[in-house]
Design a protein around this ligand. Structure first.
Ligand code: UD1
Ligand code: CA
Length: 457
């Protein structure tokens, strides 16, 4: 039988108090639903369906894969009703792995275990032993420990509430059973909903083989219903990523104060200080230090690089032995070539900073091609924008720019030119000469300070 996957994602998530459909809430900047979609990548599935309802357009827009079929559940009458919407799309020789879009940590290993333990014509149900079962459906077993039914919290008798084996909401059911049983579901229960879980006792009644498989741990079946649970799951996820990276040799000064919202590849002897946030694809070479409060998004960092505290770097390449920060902002399209040095309160945008060049203090460098061994004085600004268009600045090798200089683009500072401090330079500067563009200093010999005039008679 072919395996298809059905993800239930129609619920509003009332307890999130959000306009965003619950399955689009984020963990590590990725929608809950996408976590599930990524996990099932490795399963041998023939088709994937998503049952959507509340915020349908947003859900459809968020799903990037064209191979997924979205099926609408206009009104949410329960999990059984949700699965029923998929019947027209299912083939009789399929079996359906049913997942919830708000249970993001379910592992491919556990799902494979469920699939492998369930023969083609049988029904597989994923359960879990949990410390606190409040709010969850309980697995009721008979004296011989055989499964009998799933009872929802709101329908459970006091004694049943003591059961710690719960329904994860994840099950594997051949399509013919769904076709036969779903239309017969009744909603005569506490929530007036059509429960998917009622199929469990139907299987028992009709003596269809029913296999229960226990999840490996409590965390992988955590469902998210509230902002508190979302935050708890975020921390769990982050801690797991931190542990994984440390196992591979990364040094984290404090794994509890580290956030990754993407992927990190790194070489040996990399130390990451506290409160660092990594986003997108980040690559770090060997012997690097990333200081506290640094944000890196889509950044490639070479070897022996130091990124000092409070620097923000996005879509940039930092080559070997560069030093950046503290308090530097490196914006998209920037390449810092080997041994470049970017100091405090410096912003670089869409520029190349050549080998051994330095922009050490309080500068803005935008749309600039800078050569090697250039020294940019404090407070230097490239005036790259006339209010309408952007223009380029070219700074050739060995240029020295005095402090508080404005470079009005388009402009080229030719090789070895020196610019006097405080200049506003609007024309190209010639090779190996000193260029000044500021008012000449004058001293008035006969000038006297005014004296306070005597008041009175
Ligand atoms: C459900 C199970 C419960 C289990 C728990 C595990 C039922 C009746 N109960 O309860 O036994 O312990 O999950 O987390 O199945 N959904 C729809 N359409 C609907 C209703 C729900 O798509 O009409 C989706 C939700 O978006 C969600 C999932 O189904 O992704 C589960 O629904 P939810 O209301 O959260 O079920 P629980 O009450 O948590
Ligand atoms: Ca419910």
């Amino acid at each position: 039988m072919n395996l298809c996957v059905l993800i239930l994602a129609a619920g509003k998530g009332t307890r999130m108090y959000s306009n965003l459909p619950k399955v689009l809430q984020l963990i590590a900047k990725k929608p809950l639903l996408q976590h599930v979609l990524d996990t099932i990548q490795s399963l041998p599935t023939s088709a994937t369906f998503i049952i959507y309802g509340y915020g349908g357009d947003q859900v459809k827009a968020a799903i990037k894969s064209p191979s997924i079929t979205c099926v609408e559940q206009k009104e949410q009458f329960g999990t059984g009703h949700a699965v029923m919407q998929s019947l027209p799309f299912l083939k009789d020789d399929d079996r359906v792995l049913i997942l919830a879009g708000d249970v993001p940590f379910i592992s491919a290993e556990t799902l494979s275990r469920l699939i492998n333990a369930t023969p083609d014509q049988a029904i597989g149900w994923l359960t879990a032993q949990v410390k606190n079962p409040v709010g969850l459906g309980r697995i009721v077993r008979d004296a011989l420990n055989q499964p009998v039914a799933i009872v929802e919290e709101k329908d459970a008798r006091e004694k049943q509430k003591n059961i710690h084996e719960i329904n994860t909401g994840i099950c594997l059911i051949p399509v013919p059973y769904l076709r036969r049983w779903l239309p017969e579901l009744k909603n005569n229960n506490a929530q007036k909903e059509y429960y998917l879980t009622d199929l469990f006792s139907r299987a028992v009644a009709e003596q269809i083989p029913l296999i229960t498989v226990e999840a490996a741990n409590e965390t992988e079946i955590l469902g998210i219903n509230t902002p508190v649970q979302l935050a708890e799951c975020e921390r769990l996820y982050q801690r797991r990523q931190a542990d994984l990276l440390m196992t591979k040799g990364l040094t984290l000064i404090d794994p509890a104060r580290f956030d990754i919202r993407g992927e990190l590849t790194f070489s040996h002897d990399v130390t990451i200080d506290i409160n660092v946030i990594l986003e997108g694809i980040v690559t770090i070479g060997h012997s690097c230090y990333i200081g506290p409060n640094v944000c890196l998004k889509n950044v490639t960092i070479g070897d022996q690089v130091k990124i000092e505290a409070n620097s923000v770097i996005e879509d940039a390449i930092i080559e070997n032995e560069c030093v950046v920060g503290p308090f530097a902002r490196i914006r998209p399209g920037t390449v810092l070539h080997e041994k470049a040095k970017i100091g405090n309160f410096v912003e670089i945008k869409k520029s190349h900073i050549g080998k051994n060049s330095k922009v050490n203090h309080l500068s803005y460098v935008g749309d600039t091609l800078m050569g090697e061994h250039v020294n940019v004085g404090a407070g230097t600004i490239t005036c790259n924008y006339d209010g309408v268009n952007k223009f380029q600045t070219i700074i050739e090798n060995d240029v020295f720019i005095g402090s508080n200089t404005a470079l009005v683009a388009p402009i080229t500072l030719e090789e070895g030119s020196t610019i006097g401090a405080g200049s506003v330079v609007a024309r190209n500067t010639p090779k190996h000469k000193l260029t000044l563009a500021r008012a000449r200093q004058t001293t008035l010999d006969n000038w006297q300070r005014p004296k306070k005039q005597e008041k009175g008679n």
